[in-house]
Design a protein around this ligand. Structure first.
Ligand SMILES: Cc1cc2nc3c(=O)[nH]c(=O)nc-3n(C[C@H](O)[C@H](O)[C@H](O)COP(=O)(O)OP(=O)(O)OC[C@H]3O[C@@H](n4cnc5c(N)ncnc54)[C@H](O)[C@@H]3O)c2cc1C
Length: 495
């Protein structure tokens, strides 16, 4: 049999794991990414923690908790795979040389992290090395702009090298979408700049179904003080210092205890949805502060405190005072619908990682995303290298992708991006209403119709990303409008 050609779109944890697995199964694999492989990804930016049934936690317990936190709307067949296969998936990577430490119900890759900020950067670095030594080829600095289809199956992808504007058409027997999430639709997000929802857009335009797009996970505490980076602080921060409203009320820790969680660290795993809404509602009345002035010099050395700051503690030398904190977009629970073999509705097209939906339901357990990308990355890679064929079923007729306009009279894409980010934050944030969602739909539509001006490679990249951003924001708004009432991370008022 001829060697199978597999294209993997995305070089984060999901894409790299899939690529390694497909190459090891004998396929000719090419990975395409918008930046240098592994870098600029959520996996690199991740804290590096996996939640999984290991060292005394059973798959049954992990399954039950994942469904409970996801409010029961998760796809149980995908959760079962995660619960039953994540330990063996991580151990497979460990056998290939990836440094992973296992503890009760958890694992981490932080020993290889280059700094406190990028807990997953060492992890992806190791995956890139393993992929290269398995003959995986890389095409970097390149944006996949459409999926190429015949009537029955995937036939390849079209792409643009954004530094030169050169277009590429690449043929493949199988394609794996591992493009991560779309946090950049929001003004406040801890996702890297390239997380623009391209995979959701590619799938949607190819006629595929997206599920659970209304479930955007906001992280409860993010730095919001001028001069500090827009970045998350671990919810466990509340176990070390006071988080208060203007009146000095320690509402956050009180609420967590009332809900039955022992501390912020536990709420971080299981209750990001309620904690973010609590914070957002409190902020409607006035600012919320983290009291860094409380920390004695001795306590400043505490490892737990330093971890929960998430940024190197030296950043805070000039901030030993009350600093503003606010929720921040963190993760997309919804995405491309897949089955347990990571197959989509198009024969030969697979998807894995944050680009997919179904595992998390309405809210994700902290740490489950890292387990997800490895577990489903391996499955996608194995199947793509095999000879799976299935019936192609489009959700709607595939759309032809509009070319990127190149008009001197257009608007700079950075301006439109900011407008979209403000729209999504103000109208589709942690607290939504029917009115805000409809308003968002109109604004997103208007932004998507605007002509773009492209005068530099950076503007070319930003312009190419506008399609992913507007399609993703529209998908979130449409799903949010359809789901009346509140569930998990989707909180609606006045319904
Ligand atoms: C600050 C932070 C901390 C986190 N910590 C944790 C944690 O400790 N534990 C946990 O479980 N989860 C954590 N998460 C979530 C987790 O990091 C992500 O869900 C996960 O890493 C996503 O992996 P991925 O491979 O699906 O996507 P990513 O790692 O984001 O990779 C996406 C890839 O797709 C490429 N791409 C996108 N569009 C295109 C295109 N059109 N053409 C070509 N390439 C494209 C990008 O260039 C990139 O290479 C964290 C997230 C953040 C932001």
């Amino acid at each position: 049999m001829a060697q199978k050609k597999v294209i993997v779109v995305g070089a984060g944890g999901a894409g790299l794991t899939a690529a390694i697995e497909a190459a090891m199964a004998g396929a000719d694999v090419t990975v395409i990414s918008k930046t240098s492989a592994g870098l600029g990804t959520c996996t690199a930016y991740g804290a590096g923690f996996f939640t999984l049934p290991v060292c005394g936690v059973t798959p049954k317990e992990h399954f039950a908790k994942t469904i409970e936190v996801g409010k029961g709307i998760n796809d149980p067949s995908l959760v079962r795979i995660l619960s039953e296969k994540s330990e063996e998936s991580l151990k497979r990577l460990a056998e290939l040389g990836v440094k992973i430490e296992f503890t009760r119900g958890s694992a981490n890759t932080r020993s290889t992290a280059p700094n406190e900020l990028m807990g997953g950067a060492g992890f992806v670095g190791q995956l890139v090395e393993i992929a290269k030594s398995s003959n995986v080829k890389f095409i970097e600095w390149t944006v996949v702009t459409s999926l190429d289809l015949t009537k029955e199956k995937i036939s390849g992808v079209s792409a643009v090298d954004w530094r030169t504007g050169r277009t590429l058409s690449l043929q493949a027997d199988a394609v794996i979408i591992a493009t991560g999430g779309g946090g950049q639709i929001y003004r406040r997000s801890d996702n890297p700049s390239r997380m623009t929802g391209d995979g959701y857009s590619l799938a949607k335009r190819a006629g595929l179904e997206l599920i659970d797009m209304e479930f955007v996970q906001f992280y409860p505490i993010g730095w919001a003080e001028p001069g500090l980076p827009v970045w998350l602080a671990d919810t466990g921060l509340v176990d070390h210092i006071r988080i208060t409203d203007e009146t000095g009320d320690e509402f956050f820790i009180k609420a967590i205890k009332e809900w039955g969680y022992i501390n912020g660290a536990e709420a971080n795993l299981f209750a990001r949805d309620r904690c973010s809404v609590l914070m957002a509602k409190k902020e409607e009345k006035g600012p919320v502060f983290a009291h860094l002035e409380d920390v004695s010099d001795e306590k400043w050395e505490d490892r737990g405190l330093r971890y929960s700051l998430t940024i190197d503690h030296r950043f805070f030398d000039h901030f030993r005072r009350p600093v503003r904190v606010s929720p921040i977009q963190h993760y997309m629970s919804g995405g491309i619908k897949i089955d347990t073999g990571c197959r989509t509705g198009i024969s030969g097209l697979y998807a894995c990682g944050e680009a997919t939906g179904g595992v998390d339901g309405a809210n994700r357990i902290g740490g489950n995303a890292f387990s997800n990308i490895v577990t489903f990355g391996i499955i996608a890679g194995r199947h793509a290298a095999g000879d799976d064929v299935w019936e192609t079923k489009f959700h709607h007729e595939p759309e032809c992708c509009p070319p990127v306009a190149n008009s001197e009279k257009g608007t700079a894409p950075s301006i439109l991006r900011s407008e979209l980010q403000k729209t999504a934050w103000d109208l589709l944030g942690p607290v939504r209403s029917e009115k805000s969602i409809i308003h968002a739909q109109h604004k997103i539509h208007d932004i998507s119709e605007m002509k773009l001006m492209i005068n530099s490679p950076t503007e070319m990249l930003l312009a190419l990303e506008m399609k992913g951003l507007t399609d993703t924001a529209a998908a979130v708004a449409d799903a949010a409008l359809k789901r009346k009432g509140s569930l998990g991370t989707h909180f609606r008022e006045n319904d």
